[in-house]
Design a protein around this ligand. Structure first.
Ligand SMILES: Cc1ncc(C[n+]2csc(CCOP(=O)(O)OP(=O)(O)O)c2C)c(N)n1
Ligand SMILES: [Mg+2]
Length: 622
């Protein structure tokens, strides 16, 4: 019976957990990020500094929110087969986790959060940073993590730890339930000693299953698929997490079904494949959106059908039927689809076999090729610019895509860039496009880039970050520099919110508060390049496309984290795919701009479909 503190037991346990899928075994939690305060330094801090910590390397980050983004990006890069632990103090350290936790849970990515908490014995309460709720001493700020966690627990006694740890590991490694997992650790309990059962510290392997779909569900799906003339696959992040890209390609090629991609599914089918339509939805291409509008059957694989994917319910036609392949019944049931609940790779293989001999007409495939070519010409123009002039944002994207090797990764999350990237980036590899667009959290970019690079040190990482997003978490540049995690950060500075500025204008809000200017509307004496350099990054400033291309080559070859600072025009927009997005506009207003916007809004929402047509055509006759 080893006698250890709760924190020592926790750290020892975490170092001995493994995940396994397809015979490959890896550490489930290979490292711990954190920031110490009085709520964790004596417990978790002492444990990590001691013998237990030798197996769980510690990385000091600069913000708690940032470290959760790092852990989520790490999990995404490893197909959810491993993640990082995040330790914080009590109070603000704990609540700073909430945004990152929500992002991880929305994106269905495992992260392990270990916030400190107020004394379980309450003898020293109110402790520094304690929220005192007059209704109950039971309430603490870590309760704020409950709705954004897929498993949440507070360890009030050492005896509670083993069961909580096992439950936490199960949720982290269960592709159906995964998301943020929180174990709140009262600071007194962390330091308390207990005689643990030795078997708690044995190596444990968490087998990540590939559930096969129900055979009658596959038969129903095949009946719907083989009755279709204009089918379309919408590939979501689940395709990539499952490692189902080859199965998807086989299915598409066997049956001549084109594939469109969500943000998380981008790269599922490489750019240039004759059936690859690229980005779909609000951030989609004209090619994918036209095929989507005419599709009689949509096969959604590993997608949660966000409003960006369905264009707020306006993208797919009235009579479109849906077949949904998903690991969770929750997503599979959306849009009245035939529910094929299972692992994407296994389900696609089963559907492929059940659809043997069926395929689309050559004329349909030819229309896919024609639409794709037409979009490629538009994209080519947007991606290139006069080498001696200031680049447009789309030319910045073209330059970064050209500078990146086929396995390099682009990271982005918020602003106007995710849309331009989704439409214009050309992925050769399913792991090369990393845009966090489930939570689209400003500030994700740099810490996300750290997580990507830690998970895949053999790939160069290009972080594309707007000035607004940069200002939210520039602090994590200091983490990248300190930890020797090399990034190429392209800081696209347009003095404010190009995205929300455009949106504001279109909804009658007059661009209020969307530009970084002084009270008189003048340019600010703010120098983000100098800020990046002050945090320890190498800085290259560029003003032309030619300089940008040269700087990207230098930065890619460099050993140190390099920030390339470029200014762009916030009023210049790239080509778009013509899809609608539901952002409700003021129903009454004194301004003509808002009234015009309201009229356009009402026209737009008229075409919303509810998709209540059952995808199910019944069971095939045997
Ligand atoms: C944390 C957070 N706050 C607010 C928003 C809403 N929002 C979306 S994009 C955006 C502006 C982003 O500015 P910037 O990074 O400069 O990109 P740009 O729009 O200029 O391309 C804002 C405020 C968000 N996505 N995340
Ligand atoms: Mg900006």
């Amino acid at each position: 019976m080893p006698r250890l503190t709760v924190a020592q037991a926790l750290v020892t346990f975490l170092a001995r957990q493994y995940s396994e899928r397809d015979g490959a075994r890896r550490r489930l939690i290979p490292a711990c990020f954190g920031i110490f305060g009085h709520g964790n330094v004596a417990g978790i801090g002492e444990a990590l500094a001691g013998p237990a910590g030798a197996e769980l390397p510690y990385h000091l980050c600069r913000t708690e929110q940032g470290m959760v983004h790092t852990a989520a990006a790490y999990a995404r890069m490893t197909d959810r087969l491993s993640t990082l632990a995040c330790t914080t103090s009590i109070g603000p350290g704990a609540t700073n986790l909430v945004t990152g936790a929500a992002g991880a849970t929305v994106n269905r990515l495992p992260v392990l959060l270990l916030p400190g908490d107020i004394f379980a014995t309450r003898v020293a309460n109110p402790v520094l940073q304690e929220l005192e709720d007059p209704r109950s001493y039971e309430v603490s700020v870590t309760d704020a993590l409950r709705p954004v966690s897929r498993y949440w627990d507070r360890i009030n006694r050492p005896e509670q730890l083993p069961a909580a740890l096992l439950a936490a590991m199960r949720v982290l490694t269960d592709p159906v339930e995964t998301g943020a997992v929180t174990l709140a650790l009262p600071q007194d309990v962390q330091a308390e000693a207990y005689d643990w059962p030795a078997e708690l510290f044995a190596e444990r392997v968490w087998h990540v299953p590939r559930p096969r779909p129900d055979s009658s569900a596959v038969a129903r799906a095949a009946r719907a698929v083989t009755a279709a003339r204009r089918p379309l696959v919408v590939a979501g992040g689940g395709v990539i997490y499952s490692g189902a890209c080859a199965a998807l390609r086989r299915f598409a090629e066997e049956h001549g079904v084109p594939v469109a991609e969500t943000q998380a599914g981008t790269g599922a089918l490489p750019y240039g494949h004759p059936l690859a339509l690229g980005a779909v939805g609000v951030t989609g291409t004209t090619a994918a959106n036209e095929i989507a509008a005419g599709a009689d059957l949509v096969i959604g694989v590993g997608t949660r059908y966000s409003d960006f994917t369905t264009a707020s319910g306006t993208l797919f036609g009235d009579d479109a039927r849906f077949v949904n392949v998903n690991i969770t019944g929750f997503d599979a049931a959306k849009l009245s689809g035939v529910q094929v609940v299972g692992d994407a790779r296994e389900s696609l293989a089963a559907l492929d076999a059940a659809c043997a001999g069926w395929g689309t007409e050559p004329a349909y495939r030819a229309s896919v090729a024609e639409l794709t070519e037409r979009w490629a010409a538009v994209a080519d123009r947007a991606r290139h610019a006069d080498p001696e002039a200031r680049p447009s944002q789309t030319a910045v994207i073209g330059a970064v895509n050209d500078a990146a090797g086929p396995r390099d990764v682009v990271v982005c999350a918020a602003g106007s860039m995710p849309g331009d990237l989704h439409r214009l980036w050309r992925s050769a590899d399913p792991k090369s496009y990393h845009v966090e667009y489930g939570y689209s959290c400003m500030g994700y970019e740099i810490p996300g880039g750290i997580g990507v690079r830690l998970a895949a040190p053999d790939r160069e990482v290009f972080v594309l970050v707007g000035d607004g997003s940069y200002l939210m978490l520039p602090s994590e540049l200091a983490t990248a520099v300190a930890e020797g995690v090399k990034l190429v950060v392209v800081l696209v500075d347009n003095q404010g919110f190009a995205s929300i500025g455009r949106l504001s204008e279109s909804v009658g809000a007059q661009r209020l508060g969307t530009a970084y200017v002084d009270r008189a509307g003048g340019r600010l004496p703010v120098d983000l390049g100098a800020n990046a350099a002050s945090l320890g990054a190498d800085l290259i400033r560029v003003t032309t496309t030619a300089q940008l291309r040269a700087a990207l080559a230098t930065a890619r070859a460099a050993e140190r984290t390099t920030v390339v600072h470029v200014e762009t025009d916030p009023f210049e927009a790239g080509p778009d795919g013509g899809a609608w997005w539901d952002v409700p506009v003021a129903e009454v207003s004194t301004t003509a701009q808002a009234r015009t916007a309201r009229a356009a809004y009402e026209a737009g929402r008229k075409v919303r479909r509810t998709h209540r047509v059952a995808g199910d055509l019944g069971d095939p006759t045997p």
